[in-house]
Design a protein around this ligand. Structure first.
Ligand SMILES: Cc1cc2nc3c(=O)[nH]c(=O)nc-3n(C[C@H](O)[C@H](O)[C@H](O)COP(=O)(O)O)c2cc1C
Length: 301
């Protein structure tokens, strides 16, 4: 549903239309008769992103989807680029956790951060499931290891390998064979010997990010929401690790879906293990992108 304009205060400055991704508000008329109206042709395209209401100098716009709340003003934030960069540099994946529960209040703050992550379509369709019950985490571990054990057996069989490739494509077969399974071989062994759990890593809590099966950018949305949560955890001295080995279990194992009560029309795309770091990092190691370059001028054709 589109926004509602308070004509008493609207000055028809047109800024709302300029920031709207679909240019739905438009200014009509001249002089005294100038007014902001919503394009009838594009009203249906409104994403309820709220940019028009957030930018309006006269606070003249209400978004019905937000309910009857007054929007908080934008304030000065006590963070500069050096502090943000330090926070980003200091974040590392934490894979060993203290045997100490994570307060739900802290998880709620992480969820607050996830709420304001960007989304591909402008609509927030991402959902979060938090598991902080050890017994549920143990049951989930069983499903995950069983799935990878079955996969290891299947990959040893040329016929099964052919079908895995046909279903997931060459890239996913290669990722499994060259990256995932060589390490997984040991993870399974250590888990079955009762030595360690290198997938869930005995984390006190796990967050799963899911989105509708037909969401155009479900995977990206879930990863961005997860990363917002990761950075919030960093401010609270908690450790996190994004985990790509966990989401596939909810695609392949119905019992795992049942365990987390995942509706049929949703998929888990991202997961993070979290807790207090057992071995806090003491130093920052250098890290870089593979390549950085500016294209200063168009190359000659
Ligand atoms: C999409 C994604 C999936 C990941 N999956 C795993 C995983 O399954 N297990 C794990 O230990 N780390 C996982 N990681 C963490 C990476 O290994 C880690 O980010 C990388 O090695 C860089 O280290 P840092 O996070 O400490 O900077 C994942 C990271 C990303 C972005």
């Amino acid at each position: 549903m589109t926004a509602i304009i308070n004509r008493e205060v609207c000055t028809a400055c047109g800024i709302c239309g300029k920031v709207c991704p679909r240019h739905i508000p438009v200014v009509t008329g001249e002089g005294e008769r100038k007014a902001t109206v919503f394009s009838a042709e594009r009203a249906e395209l409104c994403l309820d992103c709220g940019h028009c209401a957030a930018v309006c100098p006269a606070d003249a716009i209400k978004i019905p989807a937000f309910g009857d709340i007054s929007l908080s003003p934008i304030g000065q934030v006590e963070i500069d680029e050096d502090r943000l960069l330090t926070l980003l540099r200091q974040r590392r994946s934490v894979r060993r956790y203290l045997d100490r529960p994570v307060p739900r209040q802290s998880i709620d703050r992480m969820i607050d951060a996830a709420r304001c992550s960007p989304t591909g379509t402008g609509e927030m369709t991402t959902g979060v499931i938090v598991i902080d019950d050890t017994r549920v985490l143990e049951s989930l571990s069983e499903h995950i290891y069983k799935m990878y054990e079955d996969l290891e057996k299947a990959l040893a069989n040329p016929v099964a390998r052919f079908f895995i490739k046909r279903q997931g494509g060459e890239k996913s077969l290669r990722v499994l064979q060259d990256f995932v399974m060589p390490g997984m071989h040991w993870y399974i062994r250590w888990y079955r010997e009762g030595k360690s759990n290198e997938i869930l890593r005995d984390c006190p809590a796990l967050m799963l990010f899911h989105s509708p099966v037909f969401e155009p950018s479900g995977e990206e949305n879930c990863l961005l929401a997860a990363f917002h949560a990761v950075m919030m955890a960093q401010t609270m001295d908690m450790g996190t690790c994004l985990n790509g080995l966990i989401p596939p279990v909810f695609k392949r194992v119905p019992e795992a879906r049942e365990l987390i009560k995942l509706p049929e029309d949703r998929e888990v795309h991202a997961s993070i293990t979290l807790g207090y770091p057992k071995y806090p990092f003491k130093r920052i190691v250098p890290r870089d992108l593979a390549q950085v370059r500016y294209l200063a001028s168009a190359p000659e054709m």
